[in-house]
Design a protein around this ligand. Structure first.
Ligand SMILES: C[S@@+](CC[C@H](N)C(=O)[O-])C[C@H]1O[C@@H](n2cnc3c(N)ncnc32)[C@H](O)[C@@H]1O
Length: 287
């Protein structure tokens, strides 16, 4: 990198996330599954139909007629076939990530269909109004809270007016039983009762220290973009992986529970948005 180029990383958080994905997150074992999927996806056969159907919800907002350029912001390795399908009607998919490991894996999967750009979402190296559709799944809440607005402004800048920007985000006010926040609350109270000093570490359901920074603004945060874009909020998936494993038995009955939940999310989207873990925000910039 020459001295004139802006730094790729802009904060301690970015440094921590980039290091995690370069060294652990996108490491693929012999089974071809990245470590990230093992940590953050419910891989039980019972849950497969539900998690795949949630991923396909993104497709509902992608223009069927396609276009020239599709931006996958924070693409990771494009690890699921439902993800790969998003750009099938576009000439090129631009995978942008600040993890080289992510881009190397994405290239193995998509080959010539992709362009692989090592860059930060805070400084996208593209002209204004360059993309016909943009998606960014599970990325924004891993960006430092103070930088999330800047990242959104970049996505709005590079996407053409009237074309969708689809964000899968987190809901800090959902009723997730096993959120890091709830667990860390229990953890803190237990420590206080035992007379131990405060411990800033956060634990996950499995008792492991959470390796990843995440910050989720409440749903109303998205309303600020209504001055420049239309903003719709749809359910993506209600359950976190930990809640799914806690609440849904690995049986045919568990599968039926999830099929019912999926239908309920579609029929009662407002409720699913308020209570669920992952909303999907669709913005279209006004021209
Ligand atoms: C949780 S993963 C999600 C990957 C993929 N979108 C998916 O849903 O499987 C987050 C990805 O975003 C990338 N990322 C996080 N913050 C970023 C930033 N500021 N600029 C570029 N990439 C970033 C990480 O390197 C990682 O590959």
């Amino acid at each position: 990198m020459s001295a004139a180029e802006p730094p790729l990383r802009t904060s301690v958080v970015a440094d921590h996330i980039q290091r995690f994905y370069d060294t652990v997150g996108w490491d693929e074992a012999d089974d071809g599954l990245p470590e990230d999927a093992k940590m953050f996806v419910d891989l039980r056969p019972t849950s497969q139909a539900y998690v795949e159907a949630a991923r396909r919800r993104v497709q509902r907002h992608i223009p069927a007629e396609g276009g020239e350029r599709y931006l996958d912001a924070g693409s990771g390795p494009v690890q699921f076939r439902e993800y790969a399908a998003y750009s099938r009607n576009f000439d090129k998919r631009y995978c942008v990530d600040f993890s080289q490991a992510a881009l190397d894996s994405a290239k193995r999967r998509l080959g010539d269909h992709g362009e692989y750009v090592l860059a930060s979402l805070l400084d996208l190296p593209f002209p204004d109004n360059h993309f016909d559709c943009t998606s960014s799944l599970h990325v924004l809440y891993h960006i430092d809270a103070k930088d999330q607005l800047r990242a959104m402004r970049e996505l709005l800048r590079v996407t053409r007016p009237g074309q969708p920007i689809i964000i899968v985000y987190g809901n800090p006010n959902g009723v997730n039983l096993f959120t890091h926040r709830n667990l860390s609350r229990v953890h803190r109270v237990l420590r206080r009762l035992q007379g131990k000093p405060r411990d800033p570490s956060i634990v996950t359901a499995s008792g492991k220290a959470s390796p990843l920074y995440a910050f989720r603004y409440p749903l109303r945060w998205w309303r600020q973009f209504e001055t420049v874009a239309s903003v719709e909020i749809h359910p993506w998936r209600s359950l976190t992986v930990d809640d799914m494993k806690l609440l849904v038995p690995g049986t045919p009955f568990g599968e039926r529970m999830l099929a019912w939940l999926f239908k309920a999310e579609d029929r009662l989207p407002w409720l699913a948005n308020q209570l669920g873990a992952y909303p999907m925000i669709v913005l279209k910039k006004r021209g």
